[in-house]
Design a binder for this molecule. Structure first.
Ligand code: HEC
Ligand code: HEC
Length: 350
């Protein structure tokens, strides 16, 4: 510790560089960022109980929530792949391509709103979307309820999870159980979190230099807080519009939600937690290399051309945002019954 500090001081005088284990940089970082907590946040009105968490986990892995009985939340938010699907844009019902890249479900609970355009206020509201989206799971709430009702284990588990409800097995309660389960998908203890908690050695010199650039070049203006993002809406292309393959013209982002001209091509700043594990990047999923996405951010959002070495240092810092991945056991799902609705594979509904 002492040796490293002395070395830093020597380096600072020699090269007038502020990089390397500096307590000041740590203090500055603490004003912008917060570590991922090790225990899930609790929701007022939706207390997590062991029964509800089991139900939520089963529903997350339950392909029979989809019309085809093939697609579950896990299909596009794979818990073995950092909560994402490694596709440019997701593939759903009948092999249809959705318009946007699937963001990770890990730590999503700390985003101020859900989806690239923030159109769902929380995880419970969000969970009802994909089940009904025709390019995703292509189902209806009525059909989902009919499916779950046909499986006695679910009827029992909904009763246990929502003991005060007269009718526990509802579409809304499905979403509430999924919400509580998703809130457990946290990735604490990344090197950067250990650094934020005071371990100056948790980052290498290069990673610290990347952190300093991330702050001083202005990335932190849109990527801060617990999730290093997920907290505000910004145009993609504040200074310079990215090429139209990266920013397709037909997806106007938040404009579709608010209908306000100033919201054209505005997107929620994504969380950068575990970003090294979740390529491809941007809502279009057109950029596969993290380094390339960093350079695009420099020109599009800040109007600067990052040098190869600056971009490499920032990328090294971003890799320190990879936390401990949750280990989720795949649940055993209730066996099919005679009256369980059969899979529908076609896209026309027949
Ligand atoms: C066919 C693939 C697919 C399936 C199935 C799917 N999702 Fe998604 N999910 C996506 C895509 C794509 C987005 C981004 C859509 C957008 O922003 O318009 C998304 C967004 C989300 C988000 C928002 C994350 C953020 O940072 O904004 C959450 C949470 C989420 N999905 C959870 C779920 C849950 C829970 C299920 C199961 C009920 C589910 N998803 C099923 C593809 C899928
Ligand atoms: C003015 C706000 C703003 C600034 C400044 C900014 N970003 Fe972003 N960032 C965004 C938005 C908005 C997106 C989502 C763009 C999209 O796909 O629509 C994004 C996306 C990203 C992504 C891709 C994330 C993913 O999940 O696909 C990375 C990586 C990233 N930013 C890193 C950086 C870095 C590094 C800097 C500094 C060089 C930076 N950002 C500066 C707003 C900003």
């Amino acid at each position: 510790m002492i040796r490293k500090t002395t070395l830093c001081l020597a380096l600072i005088t020699l090269m007038s560089s502020l990089a390397c284990a500096s307590p000041e940089l740590l203090e500055q970082s603490k004003t912008f960022f917060k570590p991922i907590p090790t225990t899930p946040p609790q929701f007022a009105g939706n207390p997590a109980t062991p029964d509800k968490l089991l139900l939520g986990r089963m529903l997350y892995f339950e392909p029979r929530l989809s019309a085809s009985s093939l697609i579950s939340c896990q299909t596009c938010h794979n818990v073995g792949l950092a909560g994402a699907d490694m596709q440019e844009t997701s593939t759903g019902h009948g092999w249809q391509k959705g318009p946007r890249n699937a963001p990770t479900t890990f730590n999503a609970v700390f985003n101020q709103a859900q989806f690239w355009d923030g159109r769902a206020k929380d995880l419970a509201e969000q969970a009802k979307g994909p089940v009904q989206a025709s390019v995703e799971m292509n189902n209806t709430p009525e059909q989902v309820i009919a499916t779950l009702r046909s499986l006695p284990e679910y009827v029992e588990l909904f009763k246990k999870a929502f003991p005060k409800d007269k009718e526990p097995l509802t579409f809304d309660n499905m979403a509430l159980a999924i919400e509580d389960f998703e809130a457990t998908l946290l990735t604490p203890d990344s090197p950067f979190d250990r650094y934020l908690k005071g371990d100056l050695k948790a980052l290498s010199d290069t990673e610290e230099e990347g952190l300093e650039l991330f702050i001083n070049k202005g990335c932190v203006g849109c990527h801060s807080g617990t999730n290093i993002g997920g907290t505000g809406y910004f145009p993609f292309g504040v200074v310079e519009k990215p090429a139209s393959d990266i920013l397709p013209l037909d997806d106007t982002g938040r404009f579709k939600v608010t209908n306000v001209a100033a919201d054209e091509y505005v997107f929620r700043s994504p969380s950068l937690r575990n970003i090294a594990l979740t390529p491809p990047y941007f809502h279009s999923g057109k950029v596969w290399k993290l380094l390339d996405s960093v350079r695009i951010m420099g020109s599009a959002q800040l109007g600067i051309s990052l040098s190869e070495s600056d971009a490499a240092q920032i990328t090294a810092f971003l890799k320190t945002l990879t936390g401990e991945q949750p280990r989720i056991e795949h649940p055993v799902l209730p066996p099919q019954q005679d009256d369980t609705p059969r899979p529908v594979l076609s896209t026309t509904g027949s």
